[in-house]
Design a protein around this ligand. Structure first.
Ligand code: ATP
Length: 450
């Protein structure tokens, strides 16, 4: 095998195929004599040898003869190369399921040339992703592994006294200067809703206009604006399911079918900030002084979890400690699971809203008759995203509550899945979109500088 591989590498590096045609006498000699032993190999072994070559070398091998060209151009080889990259499964998912923004123009797999897709992905400039959540903004280039810059969104939207246009412009200036890129060099993907601190005062149309104005002023070449929840679902390699985003100030339960949000979205005004405040209040009641919300947040993120059975948990010793910087060691007991409990019983934190399990059950009831392509039970997959979804035990508890709440005919087969990316789920969904071979053609609906 290694001898054959070496010979193939030699053919490639000696430039037998530089003309790109199979009709020269030299190339005929390659096919009929030097390549003779390769021609006798079973096809799968020949493909395996090709897989050991660099993709650019495999592409050159195609010029040796017609039968090699057929094998090299076949999708099997290029799907292998795509799958073997970092995040290969996500790349294949993206290129086959979300190439087109509209699910109605989905292209069949056998009509795609994966060799072409591979080449286009190499040439793609990627995109700057701006996921401006209500609490935290995550920014990075789509070719990075994860967001490279994070900051509190409200801080960078600037002075509350200045005009909306000015604040949005200031925000994008911060984005580009922190990324050290010129706005005119890269397309941008912006997730919605944009977490402008006082968004209630501003209509989404006003905000969109201000965003487009800022991007035009900055000469951004193209832009794409996509919903956070749809992107978070993509990040778990799905196009249908119920996406539960536990955000900064609220939780959204969003039914998505074949990439489109369908009626039945439920918003509950409980988010990570409420859990942090509740933990701080409970600790103060025990005379534990927590100087800042930042400290409470750190304790929450490092010590809190969700109990599978709340009443059984109360009978256990659940003490655990955590050192917060120079402030010292904090010891939490029941607060460790009582904090997350407000997701299911918001009234204990003084919030007059329904619990997470009730919101999800209500969403399931309202959308279970919507049909998804090839998946009758799409609504039985519930994907948890957002920072608070990282609380250990949350997925198991929600699944248990749903089984208790819904009739067996509906609850049978329900699965609650944790997004692999937590708070960064929307960013990672945007990364899939921004690196697509079809990104600029299919997803950038607006050439903002014309
Ligand atoms: N490991 C963790 N455990 C518990 N909570 C966490 C963890 N990591 C992050 N969080 C919480 O998640 C919240 C922020 O979530 P996220 O970044 O998803 O919000 P956002 O994107 O700004 O909000 P939105 O989705 O509403 O726009 C914070 O309250 C943070 O404390």
């Amino acid at each position: 095998m290694s001898r054959l591989l070496k010979r193939m590498r030699d053919w490639v590096s000696n430039g037998w195929n530089t003309s790109g045609s199979t009709s020269t006498s030299d190339q005929t000699i390659v096919c009929s004599s030097s390549a003779g032993e390769v021609h006798r190999l079973p096809l799968d072994i020949f493909i395996h040898i090709l897989q050991l070559l660099e993709p650019k070398d495999a592409a050159r091998v195609a010029a040796v003869c017609k039968s090699w060209k057929l094998i090299v151009f076949d999708n099997t080889l290029w799907m292998y190369y795509l799958k073997n990259q970092q995040d290969g499964l996500s790349i294949l998912f993206a290129e086959t399921k979300i190439r087109s923004r509209s699910p109605h123009t989905a292209i069949r797999r056998h009509m795609l040339s994966f060799m072409h897709i591979y080449g286009q992905r190499l040439q793609s400039p990627g995109a700057i992703i701006v996921d401006a959540g209500a609490g935290y903004c995550k920014i990075g280039w789509s070719k990075y592994d994860s967001p490279s810059v994070r900051f509190a969104t409200s801080v960078e939207f600037g002075d509350m006294e200045s005009s909306l246009d000015h604040r949005v412009y200031h925000f994008f200036e911060t984005v580009y200067s922190s990324m050290h890129v010129k706005p005119s060099k890269q397309p941008v993907i912006l997730t919605t809703p944009i977490g402008l601190h006082d968004a209630a005062e501003v209509s989404s149309l006003q905000l969109t206009k201000a965003v487009i104005k800022a991007l035009v002023c900055m000469m951004v070449p193209t832009a794409s604006i996509v919903s956070q929840t749809t992107l978070a679902l993509f990040a778990s390699r799905r196009t249908s399911g119920i996406l539960v985003n536990i955000g900064f100030r609220e939780t959204q339960v969003v039914p998505i079918v074949n990439t489109l949000t369908c009626p039945g979205v439920i918003s509950v005004k409980v988010g990570g900030l409420h859990l942090t405040r509740y933990l701080r209040r409970r600790l103060r009641r025990r005379n534990v002084q927590v100087p800042s919300l930042y400290t409470a947040r750190t304790l929450k993120e490092n010590l809190c979890y969700v109990a599978l059975d709340y009443w059984a948990e109360l009978r256990k010793d659940t003490k655990a400690s955590y050192k917060v910087g120079s402030e010292g060691l904090y010891t939490l007991n029941k607060e460790r699971f009582q904090t997350g409990e407000i997701l299911f019983k918001p009234h204990i934190a003084g919030r007059n809203v329904i619990g997470l399990h009730q919101a999800v059950a209500s969403c399931i009831n309202s959308c279970q008759y919507v049909k998804a392509k090839k998946d009758r039970n799409w609504y039985k997959t519930i994907v948890l995203a957002g920072g608070t979804a990282n609380l250990p035990g949350l997925a198991e508890r929600l699944e248990k509550e749903l089984h208790d709440l819904l009739p067996p005919s509906i609850s049978h087969g329900i699965r609650v899945i944790l997004s692999p990316y937590g708070a960064d789920a929307a960013w990672h969904g945007a990364k899939m979109v921004g690196n697509l071979s079809s990104f600029q053609k299919s997803w950038c609906f607006n050439r903002v500088n014309v």
